[in-house]
Design a protein around this ligand. Structure first.
Ligand code: ZN
Length: 284
């Protein structure tokens, strides 16, 4: 499943490849994703009658795992779901199974493929394009803060978790405090912050949350850096693991020696998800 670092790389790729270019058409082949792809998407983007500057892609931003493509007429929301990919291809490139929709930009296309169809392509009409305009969209309204925003701090996590008995790992995965901390990143960030994943979120001190905020940013930054070097010519997600070649401290290393202290790494399950930690380095 594409995770935040992968979506961030796609966002950067879209910025480089398509911003400033003019969309000339939409080819919708299969409409049924998580929600139906609107059948009047081309008309919505270009305007009817076409507006001044119709179709020029003004901006691409990421909010959590949503890609927000801003046009003068509104914003296209794309989510890669479990298996979605976006590729930049020559307009005449042959299609394959599960190519749901093409966004045609002259002689090249941005092609959305999604075998499992949990992805989404939606239109948000509104004045002003981009993240600010879509902040009130039902899908985006309740999301936690962005991990790289100034709003994400140890203090925020500390205040949001007072009195809460849920484990810190589940609190991170829920996405209501901070977005983008997927299963691997939760285990890795908690290791770096030396916090046991089962610890009740409400029992963690402010200094430990400060450390965790730093650890989350570092872990995600490293994954993005790894992804940036693995994707070049096309805008894509691998559609496979969704995780870049992160050098893991604990994730997937059950029974192997902790890279810091040598204690065997332990694996448990929390809410049906695998959790890995070092029983010596990480304190409850
Ligand atoms: Zn250790």
């Amino acid at each position: 499943m594409p995770e935040l670092p992968e979506v961030e790389i796609v966002c950067r790729g879209l910025n480089e490849a398509f911003v400033g270019h003019r969309l000339t058409g939409v080819i919708r082949r299969f409409g049924q994703l998580r929600w139906p792809i609107p059948d009047d998407l081309e008309r919505s983007i270009l305007g009817a009658p076409p507006v001044e500057g119709a179709g020029i892609l003004r901006s691409v931003q990421r909010r959590s795992k949503y890609l927000l493509l801003g046009f003068d007429t509104g914003t296209l929301l794309i989510h890669l779901g479990m298996s979605g990919t976006l590729r930049r291809l020559p307009a005449q490139a042959a299609t394959r199974a599960h190519d749901h929709v093409d966004f045609v930009f002259g002689d090249q296309v941005l092609r959305f493929n999604d075998p499992r169809r949990f992805g989404a392509v939606l239109w948000w009409a509104g004045t002003g394009a981009g993240a600010a305009a879509t902040g009130s969209h039902a899908l985006l309204r309740r999301l936690g803060v962005e991990p790289f925003s100034a709003a994400f701090t140890g203090r925020l996590m500390y205040e949001a978790t007072r009195g809460r008995k849920v484990s810190i790992k589940q609190a991170l995965l829920a996405g209501a405090i901070v977005v983008g901390v997927g299963n691997i990143y939760a285990s890795e960030s908690l290791f770096r912050a030396r916090i046991r994943p089962t610890t009740a979120a409400g029992r963690i001190s402010r200094p430990r949350y400060d450390r965790l905020a730093v650890a989350i940013r570092e872990t995600l930054s490293e994954a993005i850096a790894a992804g940036g070097s693995s994707l070049r010519d096309f805008v894509a997600s691998t559609g496979e693991s969704g995780y870049f070649q992160l050098q893991c401290f604990v994730y997937g290393r059950q029974g192997q020696p902790c890279r810091i202290c040598g204690t065997p790494v332990r694996a448990i399950r929390q809410q049906q998800r695998a959790t890995f930690y070092c029983p010596s380095c990480q304190k409850a």
